[in-house]
Ligand binder design. Structure first.
Ligand code: AMP
Length: 406
């Protein structure tokens, strides 16, 4: 029996997203999501994709912890003949948010690797603990199977020190591992490679600015397939205006809010991560709703949109300067793939940089990677749907190959 399947697990603090793929043709066999783990109202939504239809099944019952969640997922998969005990399963690929400086590539999890991911908890307190729990739970279910960690930070480890270091005291920075790590790396890697494909070139031959605009948002400058700068930093708070995160601000805002505003560090943390960005500016973090309000003449939503675009433009300009020559600017993730007005506004007025969007091409709705710039434009503008799960599965499978092959 050849092992050609990979289970991809993305474990959050109270959720687990999963996909089972067959790597012979990258087909998805099942996808699903467990939400509100640890609450009374937990929910599992499972969608088998074999055999034509895509009928989802839902369970609404208390799921106490990640172990119970993964057991429930295993039961659902088994009900479709896709059980985790199958010899066809080659590996489990885990999204791990923070790999620090050590992990620049996907890594088979050993006790030592797990210990290092644990050592990084102080710089990723919201994410790494859940990722570790996911790995441990999967190990307990299939101790014989390779578990592979695919790090959100890995793609950015090629950043030069000039981009990765903050201009603060070196000793203090090093002691506390304070530097810019960047996130969404799996998406930036996948999308920059797919963009090269779209242009009919090798990744080594193209310079790309990737704009990953989802609820979290980040930009990266990719030269010849290697990341040379990215907008997120020590944590995913830095950079662009996001759904609920502020992105860049003067660090003294924090001292001011503490000293003059009387807020605690934890309160400021929540303010900047959960109550800022688009939701802080206008009360909505969904770009569809914001655009609807803008079209109705809502001033608050219009200003939020302008601030969002202004920041985006600044990063396009900055990364243009970092790269020197740009072959493509590419939009991806929920907002980037779907919000034509964001793409149009971000590029508007940048004709001198060789950037333009064709109105008709931009308004086409499609799941395909596509160019939206007019033929005359010097720099391609593209929409490339991201697929982090496929990238995790590909990287996992490339690492473990097919262990049971003759
Ligand atoms: P992601 O984090 O990549 O899943 O992106 C989620 C975000 O994408 C949502 O919060 C929306 O703001 C945005 N989004 C999704 N669909 C659309 C759409 N059709 N038009 C505009 N924005 C969208």
């Amino acid at each position: 029996m050849t092992a050609t399947r990979v289970l991809v697990l993305n474990s959050g603090s109270s959720s687990v997203k999963y996909q089972l793929l067959d790597m012979r043709d990258s087909a998805r066999l099942a996808v699903g999501l467990v939400e509100r783990i640890g609450e009374e109202t937990s929910r599992l939504k499972h969608t088998p994709l074999t055999g034509g239809g895509a009928e989802s099944r839902e369970r609404e019952e208390p799921i106490a912890d990640h172990e119970a969640a993964l057991k429930a997922v295993a039961e659902e998969l088994a009900a479709d003949g896709l059980g985790l005990d199958s010899p066809e399963l080659a590996a489990i690929g885990h999204r791990v948010v923070h790999g620090g400086l050590r992990f620049s590539a996907p890594t088979v999890v050993t006790d030592e690797v797990l210990a290092e991911i644990e050592r990084l908890v102080p710089v990723a307190p919201l994410h790494n603990p859940a990722n570790i729990t996911g790995i441990r739970t999967a190990q307990a279910l299939r101790p014989d199977l390779p578990q592979v960690a695919v790090f959100d930070t890995a793609f950015h480890t090629t950043m030069p020190e000039s981009a990765a270091r903050y201009a603060i005291d070196v000793k203090t920075a090093d002691e506390h591992r304070v530097r810019r790590y960047g996130f969404h790396g799996t998406s930036h890697a996948y999308v920059s490679r797919e963009t090269a494909k779209l242009l009919g070139k090798a990744p080594e031959d193209v310079n790309v600015i990737v704009l990953h605009l989802g609820n979290g948002a980040s930009a990266s400058a990719v030269r010849g397939g290697r990341c040379v700068d990215t907008s997120m930093g020590l944590t995913p708070l830095e950079g662009l205006v996001m759904g609920t995160r502020s992105g860049d601000l003067d660090p003294a805002v924090i001292f001011h809010l503490a000293r003059v505003g009387g807020m605690s560090v934890d309160e400021i943390d929540v303010l900047l991560n959960k109550k800022s960005g688009l939701i802080g500016l206008c009360g909505d973090n969904d770009m569809r709703e914001i655009r609807r309000r803008v079209d109705e003449g809502d001033q608050e939503a219009a200003l939020a949109f302008e601030i969002y675009i202004h920041r985006l433009k600044k990063y396009i300009g900055a990364y243009y300067a970092v790269l020197g020559r740009v072959d493509a600017v590419v939009f991806t993730a929920g907002v980037g793939e779907n919000a034509a007005p964001v793409r149009e506004a971000a590029v508007a007025g940048l004709e001198e940089l060789g950037l333009a969007v064709d109105g008709a091409l931009n308004s086409v709705r499609s799941d395909e990677a596509r160019l939206i710039s007019p033929e005359y434009a010097r720099v391609a503008v593209a929409v490339v749907p991201t697929d982090e799960e496929l990238e995790i599965a590909n990287q996992t499978y490339a690492l473990v190959g097919n262990p049971s092959a003759p």
